[in-house]
Design a protein around this ligand. Structure first.
Ligand code: PLP
Length: 427
């Protein structure tokens, strides 16, 4: 109760703005994930790796816009290119433009794709990929995994069927269970594709084992179904994405988040023969439209970010920094209800009643029912009270503006929390 009281005392303006928002937005909210109790913090501005809220409180930003904020706030390269684009190019041209070709060719080269198409979000990229898989194979069913998040209407974590389009066509399986995949293929001859994340992001940054990914690849290939790897979050982990890091060869991948250089973005690509189902020169081609998917701001900012800022060296250093942070937090959490999963710059803090360790969490089913949600809420409140912007669900994604001193301060704050609440966190 003390933590909640302090939170309320520190955020009177956020509380007032929340009440105001309730008058026009359901729950005062337009992104479910950002809804927190007792009310959400209203942020006013960000700079580098720091944020300021409407009450003037300052935070280190460890949310990193759920991985889209890889560049930090107001990166000078992106600011410059965006300003120049507004001044010299215009916002949306309502026509094909050369900036599309330039960015498409960079994405193809970087991620080893034969063809690529842009969308406005990762959700749309996945929807179009599934449409392509169905058109290409002439089949209907899609294998998907519990805990997966492929976008707002492709969400398999909360058990609410209406969150998913095409409810009848999913074959829902346990993540990291290769036998389940083999069985599903042997029992269904109408499978168009398997769609999966190499690390279930929203599901709590749970990594797929290499064996599971390989089995999924082999089984889908044998059955003539496509493998779609959702790299919306994981493409930041290696210069060519997680698939290159692990040596997996999916038929299609989807991209999103930071690749828009701070602007709304999605893309999907891979094998030319599949993506050609959208080729308008082909009779009966699938339509793929979207007013803003070749908007000039995203095409410039995304291109500048990937070509000038997130170079192979920066990919390496950011993810090494993440690995180091996770190791340090693992030490702090030893013997407690907390643990931390993830890879590189993507991670998630879990709190379970039974004190699960990171390596014991292999799928959503491992944590469902044993989560200590009250402890997680306390962790969130106290870190926010201490000036660290973390996500209430436990997600942490690093940005390249974060200094070593900021990360040290974060580890110290977590240590402080664990000392203070020792009696609550021991298993
Ligand atoms: N796929 C994954 C793995 C994601 O994490 C997300 C978003 O968090 C999406 C797809 C959806 O992307 P967007 O929010 O751009 O629609």
């Amino acid at each position: 109760r003390g933590a909640t009281t302090r939170f309320i005392e520190h955020h009177p303006e956020s509380q007032r703005l929340h009440k105001l928002s309730l008058e026009s937005l359901p729950g005062g909210n337009t992104r479910t994930l950002l809804h927190t109790a007792p009310f959400p913090v209203f942020m006013r501005k960000g700079e580098g790796s720091e944020l300021w809220d409407e009450d003037g409180n300052k935070y280190y930003d460890l949310v990193g816009e759920l991985s889209a904020g890889l560049y930090g706030h107001s990166h000078p390269t992106l600011q410059k290119v965006l300003t120049e684009t507004i001044q010299n190019v215009g916002l949306s041209l309502g026509a094909t433009n050369i900036y599309e070709q330039r960015y498409a060719s960079l994405l193809c080269e970087r991620f080893g794709l034969e063809r690529v198409r842009f969308t406005n979000s990762g959700t749309e990229a996945n929807i179009h990929c599934l449409a392509a898989a169905r058109k290409f194979t002439g089949r209907r069913k899609i294998i998907v995994f519990r805990g997966a998040y492929h976008g707002s209407v492709l969400s398999f974590g909360n058990g609410i069927p209406e969150n998913n389009i095409d409810q009848a066509d999913w074959v829902l399986l346990q993540y990291n269970n290769s036998d389940g995949v083999r069985e599903a293929f042997s029992q269904n001859d109408d499978i168009a594709a398997v769609i999966l994340e190499g690390i279930q992001g929203a599901g709590g940054f749970i990594s797929a084992s290499l064996k599971f990914l390989q089995a999924t690849r082999e089984e889908s290939e044998k059955a003539g179904a496509l493998m779609i790897l959702d790299e919306v979050m994981t493409s930041r982990l290696a210069a060519g994405g997680l698939k290159d890091m692990l040596g997996i060869r999916p038929d299609l991948i989807t991209l999103g988040k930071y690749l828009g250089g701070g602007l709304p973005f999605g893309a999907f690509g891979g094998r030319r023969d599949i993506i050609d189902v959208f080729n308008p020169l082909t009779p009966g081609a699938l339509a793929h439209s979207g007013t803003f998917q070749n908007n000039t701001l995203m095409l410039h900012s995304g291109y500048a970010g990937l070509s000038e800022v997130y170079t192979a060296e920066v990919v390496q250093s950011l993810n090494a920094q993440g690995d180091d942070l996770r190791l340090r937090l693992q030490r702090v959490f030893a013997g407690s209800k907390f643990c931390i999963t993830g890879q590189g710059s993507l991670m998630c803090v879990h709190a379970t009643n039974i004190g699960l360790r990171a390596e014991q969490i292999t799928c959503r089913d491992d944590v469902a029912g044993v989560e200590d949600t009250e402890l997680k809420q306390l962790f969130w409140l106290e870190l926010v009270n201490a000036g660290f912007w973390v996500q209430s669900r436990g997600t942490i994604t690093l940005n390249i503006a974060m200094s070593a001193a900021a990360l040290n301060a974060f580890v110290e704050a977590v240590e402080e929390f664990c000392k203070r609440y020792r009696s609550l966190i021991v298993v």
